[in-house]
Write a protein that binds this ligand. Structure first.
Ligand SMILES: [Zn+2]
Length: 74
């Protein structure tokens, strides 16, 4: 009687371990791709340089000349 209970506990603990790992990596990847997706594109009106920043819809300084530009809206 004790042996099947041991097997059941072993399988359930293995399933819980894999479910925990799956949830952890799923959340980690979701945060990573959300951060990657939140790029804003800017076009500098002074020098014409095209660049991107991670902040959403905030004015950002041009990386070439330092002029502050608004993000492009599509
Ligand atoms: Zn510029």
């Amino acid at each position: 009687m004790g042996f099947p209970l041991f097997i059941i506990l072993f399988l359930v603990s293995g399933l819980l371990l894999f479910a925990g790992l799956w949830l952890y990596y799923d959340q980690r990847d979701r945060k990573y791709y959300d951060r990657k997706r939140q790029l804003s594109v800017y076009h500098c009106v002074r020098c014409g340089y095209l660049y991107s920043q991670r902040d959403i819809r905030k004015p950002a300084a041009c990386v070439r000349c330092g002029f502050v530009n608004d993000s492009l809206k599509f």
